[in-house]
Design a binder for this molecule. Sequence first.
Ligand code: FEO
Length: 394
Amino acid sequence: MKTRKIKSDVSWLGVVDWNRRLFDALIPLPDGTSYNAYLVRGIDKAALLDTVDPAFWDVFKKQLEDVETLDYVVSLHAEQDHSGCIPQVLAKYPAAKVVTNAKAKGMLMDLLALPEDRFITIQDGDTLDLGGKTLEFIFTPWVHWPETMCAYLQEDGILFSCDFFGSHLATTDLCVTDQAVVYEAAKRYYAEIMMPFRSIIRKNMTKVEALDIKMIAPSHGPVYDQPAFILAAYKDWVSDAVKNEVVLPYISMHGSTQQMVDGLVNSLVEHGVKVHLFDLSVTDIGKLAIALVDAATIVIGTPTVHVGPHPSVFYASHLANALRPKLRYASIIGSYGWSSKAIEQITGLIPNLKVEVLGTVMQKGLPTVETYTELDALAAAIAKAHREDDHVAT
Ligand code: FEO
């Protein structure tokens, strides 16, 4: 794709990666992604903000053909999908300097072997005057690495946010055309990447909301020319409020756990609780992560394999623990043939979840009438806890 103008003397450069389906060899990308860079030309100087994944240097190089001189490469984030072409850019423009913060400088030297004399180190709030275009640097750590920052183009009100507010979405749209589609992609991105840093992001939100933002230009997904909707979405996601919802990831091997899950879902629905059900043998873990953004409760369902939980449940539990969602309640249900330590093992996997456990139901073999009575009682306890909790929106 050719470069695209987003404002006078501000251009999008980058790559739409239509076919990428996995990020960090971990995160599913059902809708591909993009790596966005931006070129800001002042009267005196020109600055490139970030680069693209190094696999796409050939594409990026062509987009830079018309850029005769470059004074600065601003690095907002050291991860290689944005920094990976900085060595080639520095080779193409021998006078250009990398402008970044001290933490990012160290990381770029470690990750890309950049020489120290190519850096200009800036502090939080510093500005870079390009001549009629002024970049102000806003430190926004932990979105999602410790060195991450934003740059605010004062004259145009554009916030270059790198991963912050980004979405893994391959599209030819330069700006958002369908807010519902981008909302879903941005929520997936937040859930998988940002959610563990919710409290710090809340502080970062206060910083960026003090700016007069007319446009947010992230490094993944389309540009927000009406940024209010993504700012409101982030405020909701990082708040302490949860919804009257249960996330229920589970596996069933021979049907016993499946029957228990079905019984619990029926009871929860009768009690007015919404359920997000995920059979871990088929689900995309990104969908599970999205549901964890808002839910008040997680119920983990597992059969017993070699005394412990099924390995897929083990993985999902570890993931939920790592993502640190704002869950308030938890429960474990499942089945076993002769003995089980699944409850103890799952409990040991989720220390980061600051939840109240509302009971567990483990059944030897098929569920009985008594099992369903226990599941009804569990559903009633969940519904009651949601009703009585001020953090749960009902
Ligand atoms: Fe898009 Fe954290 O890199």
